[in-house]
Write a protein that binds this ligand. Structure first.
Ligand code: IPE
Ligand code: IPE
Ligand code: MG
Length: 247
């Protein structure tokens, strides 16, 4: 199928409202070519940019999440960590204008206060400037962890309770979800992980309760528009029951 045919096919059925991507396999992509791991990250960010522009340009889905740097990724060699965070800062600074022009609203999820100050500044700036974007809601996880996110929600709940603004006994799933860093985003309908591994690696946990999971051996730098459309087609063949019985 050509890309046009694939696009037409996925548009015939219900599209996910939120697709989350675990971008894995950059290092292996590079190593297989005899290149340093960081070259995989450089290619990986280009693959991400292409996909973001495709999804926004086609108005394919209203919300996209990208997992860029986990709370565990600090445990990599310092050099690689520095390279990755610098790459992200440069990407946001250099590509920010284009995001704003294309109506992409970017929000970073994660413990940003632990990030290098230059990256923090780039994030604050792009979040403010892209605020009115209506082509795509883009969530990028940087120093994000699913467990961090839930603990963050618990901390906010505790703080509100201390101030007398929340009755702990009245806290329920819906009100707790509104305290999470992911509040405002629909739960992901589809989570895609590239790069062979079949795990969540501490990405969305709370939000993934009823997500459909899709794993592909394609390494992230090779994950292109057609691969995304294939994942969506696979998703459209799933029968989501949400614990009920089929009608
Ligand atoms: C994904 O690629 C990027 C990040 C996790 C930051 P990896 O760097 O994990 O690549 P592999 O899994 O080692 O191939
Ligand atoms: C998951 O990839 C995290 C991101 C894509 C940011 P990892 O490469 O860090 O995951 P593990 O170590 O294989 O579980
Ligand atoms: Mg990996």
């Amino acid at each position: 199928m050509t890309q046009g045919e694939l696009l037409a096919a996925v548009r015939m059925q219900t599209l996910p409202r939120h697709v989350a991507l675990i971008m894995d396999g950059n290092g292996r992509w590079a190593q297989r070519r005899g290149l340093p791991r960081v070259e995989g990250h450089r290619q990986g960010i280009q693959a991400a940019e292409r996909l973001i522009h495709f999804v926004a340009g086609e108005r394919l889905v209203p919300c996209l999440s990208l997992f860029a740097f986990s709370t565990e990724n600090w445990n990599r060699p310092q050099e690689e960590v520095d390279y990755l965070l610098d790459l992200l800062a440069r990407f946001i600074r250099e590509r920010g204008d284009e995001f704003v022009e294309r109506g992409i609203r970017l929000r970073v999820l994660g413990a940003v206060e632990a990030l290098p100050p230059s990256l923090q500044r780039a994030i604050t700036d792009i979040e403010a400037r892209s605020r009115r974007g209506d082509a795509l809601d883009l969530a990028v996880g940087i120093n994000f962890g699913g467990r961090w996110s839930i603990v963050e929600g618990a901390r906010r709940a505790a703080a509100l309770a201390r101030e007398g603004k929340l009755d702990p006994g009245a806290l329920d799933e819906a009100s707790f979800a509104r305290l999470l860093p992911t509040a405002g985003f629909a739960d992901p309908d589809l989570i895609v992980r590239t790069g062979e591994e079949k795990r969540i690696s501490n990405f969305y946990l709370w939000e993934a309760a009823y997500s459909e999971l899709y794993f592909t051996s394609i390494l992230w730098p090779d994950f292109d528009e057609d691969a995304l459309l294939e994942a969506i087609r696979d998703y459209q063949g799933r029968r989501r029951r949400f614990g009920k019985v089929e009608a």
